[in-house]
Design a protein around this ligand. Sequence first.
Ligand code: AQP
Length: 330
Amino acid sequence: RQRVFSGIQPTAGSFHLGNYLGALRNWIALQDTHDAFYCVVDLHSITIAKDPEELRSNTRYAAAQLLAMGIDPERSTLFVQSHVAEHTRLSWVLECLTGYGEAARMTQFKDKSARQAEEHVSVGLFTYPALMAADILLYRTDVVPVGEDQRQHLELSRTLAQRFNSRFGETFVVPDAHIPQDTARIFDLQDPDSKMSKSVPSGLIELMEEPKRMAKRVRSAVTDSGREIHYDPENKAGVSNLLVIHSAMTGRSIADLEAAYEGRGYGDLKKDLGQILGDFVTPFQERVRTYLDDPAELDKILRRGAEHAREVASETVRTVFDRVGFLPPA
Ligand code: AQP
């Protein structure tokens, strides 16, 4: 079996529709065909300052959402990044293989650092892609399901794997990105030229939001002044985004939806989509609450996941440290 790895940050709010359609949906599908490792990446989350108590509860909240969504701890290894010390150990080696200019070119770093005052931009935010490469390479990962915004980081992970292999001998598997065709980038409902992102709460659909409020957000999505419902991302970015979401949630093709909404207005499309999303999140939200009601069970699942992850990761780090030339510990 090929191996799949991916990670998601614990966030203050819930996961959003972009996370789900861009990445998490594939996590669930791939656990049937792959040896899956999925991780709540809490180390990544402190690249931007976090309150300790909030971080702890967000991490449990993230794990509960993954389980409620269908990540099955019997079939997948689900764990928390900081529980497996090998992530930071390998990250250091990879940082030392990453050029300064190479890291400085990462668009996510440029975007996120531009949003903060210079003294608040941490070195961790800068070296983030090396830690992400470590996350992936530790597990000799073949496939990484992510959204389009992670393509550049994934490319760097591949480069670092190849660089290490050519300098120290064949060690790492060079991973492939698994980016969905239709939902690689879900756009913000208020600003359909930008990706939906937790940093911009106004146009966000959060999966734990109350269904009525969610429907209201969909109703107030920015569209254009025309009337026709058809897919044209250049000129009708808002409507096209709604069609993509509708199609992904229902499995109906865009052409089928265009035909079904012919002669009807944007209001109908928005109303239906609000309903579809509400029907999807209602049972999901109930399952999340059930997991959160039993934190001891949740922690047990994560502990078991970390034990298994550590077995694989420690083997990789042992090999890497040896190849790099570190003396074996006594
Ligand atoms: N809008 C999106 N469309 C498709 N995929 C998306 N992803 C995120 N936004 C979209 C994918 O979700 C996974 C988890 O990403 P993360 O933990 O790195 O979360 P994030 O990128 O921090 O999410 P945001 O909302 O985009 O946060 P900020 O504002 O901090 O950048 C990844 O696979 C990502 O591709």
